[in-house]
Write a protein that binds this ligand. Structure first.
Ligand code: OSB
Ligand code: MG
Length: 377
């Protein structure tokens, strides 16, 4: 892997945090709950060289992972922001080391690092894709579909996304809402690229049900078991023909290496927030690529900030499967950026402007802001 050139150092003068409440176009249901409003934190880094934007992808409640919005808010204001502001000058590559003494809180760290990356790259007129090592100008776009009222409603919803051009469908499953749903999609749409995501809803006792999914030729089954259940995932993987793909369980490049060595995962979902930042996400990609394990870019219902960054990440060479980088309008009627991600022939364009290549819409941003805090040096 050619190592990308380091970004410029910036003089960090302040960090502005906002909690946003963004209404979703439709409720999003998973095995762990239903969201109708996306609660998320955006970060604005104020530097002597200009501003930069990041997104902390926590949700209101700790249902996907242990992190949640108010926890992230607290740890950033109390610990992470002061540690960063204590530094005279800082390159984005320094952020993870400065924050390493504080355990966990990867999504919070990722959002701060992204704001610093954006500020530094903007000051150099350099695009995030180039910085991370992107090799594509567009990426194939998949869509993650929540649990619907019944299989007929699911067929309806998925049909709409296929008509829009999405090239891969992922459906959320949970016990009792799995085999019939998958069968209905195969009956209705034949051999479309299809995968399922359980968000940890099963145990090894459900292996017989999960084995029934083998007959549908799925691309993969995502995170069937618990976050900590690496050995169980390895055992399950030996019982299934469908490749097991870990999401929640992969928290770092080292974790990816271990999971691969154990046989717990044959494909990896890369999410920058979950692993502590876009730079660690590149390291996860590198580890997987070295082990011939395909990766794809997951999503956390990002706003235009994180969505632009995900498009850049997904353009790296090891991202050989379509990810959950869908158009902004799949989740939001109105995004907080002026140039939201759109679907063009089933693909999404990798932004080429400086930094994340986005421009914040301050009017929309203010309208959806429910809390705000500014910390200065
Ligand atoms: O498990 O991939 C997941 C959304 C929130 C939390 C967890 C997950 C998801 C998704 C949506 O599946 C992905 C997206 O942003 O499109
Ligand atoms: Mg997932």
């Amino acid at each position: 892997m050619p190592t990308a050139q380091a970004a410029a150092r910036v003089d960090l003068e302040g960090l502005e945090l906002r909690v946003l409440h963004l209404p979703l176009v439709a409720p999003f249901a998973t095995s762990f709950g239903t969201e109708s409003v996306r609660e998320v934190v955006v970060v604005r880094a104020l530097t002597a060289q200009g501003e930069g934007w990041g997104e902390i992808v926590t949700a209101e409640a700790p249902l996907y992972s242990s992190e949640y919005t108010r926890g992230a808010w607290d740890v950033v204001l109390r610990w992470l922001a002061p540690a960063l502001l204590d530094r005279a000058a800082l390159a984005p590559e320094d952020v993870s080391a400065v924050l390493a003494p504080f355990k966990g809180h990867r999504m919070a760290k990722a959002g701060l690092e992204l704001a610093l990356i954006d500020a530094a790259l903007r000051s150099e007129g350099r695009a995030l894709g180039e910085y991370l090592g992107a090799v594509r100008e567009t990426i194939p776009s998949g869509v993650s579909v929540g649990i619907q009222a019944d299989p007929a409603a699911l067929v309806d919803t998925v049909g709409g996304y296929l008509d829009e051009g999405y090239v891969r469908i992922k459906i959320k499953i949970k016990p009792g809402r799995d085999v019939a749903e998958t069968a209905a999609l195969r009956d209705a749409f034949g051999a479309i690229p299809l995968q399922v995501d359980a968000n940890s809803a099963y145990t090894l006792d459900d292996a017989d049900t999960l084995r029934e999914l083998d007959r549908f030729d799925l691309l993969l089954i995502e995170q069937p078991l618990g976050e900590d259940d690496l050995v169980d995932h390895a055992q399950l993987a030996r019982m299934l023909r469908t490749p097991v793909c870990l999401d929640e369980s992969i928290l770092s490049a080292k974790g990816a290496e271990d999971a691969i060595a154990l046989g717990a995962t044959r494909v990896v979902n890369v999410k920058a927030g979950r692993v502590g930042g876009y730079l660690e996400a590149v390291r996860v990609h590198d580890v997987c690529r070295g082990a011939d394990v395909p990766v794809w870019c997951g999503g956390m219902l990002e706003t235009g900030i994180g969505r632009a960054a995900n498009a850049a990440l997904a353009a790296l060479p090891g991202f050989t499967l379509p990810g959950d980088v869908s158009a902004s309008d799949r989740f939001y009627a109105r995004d907080i950026v002026r140039d939201p991600i759109v679907l063009e022939d089933g693909h999404v364009r990798v932004p080429t402007g400086p930094g994340l290549g986005i421009e914040i819409d301050p009017v929309v941003l203010d309208e959806v802001t429910v809390a705000r805090e500014l910390v200065r040096r």
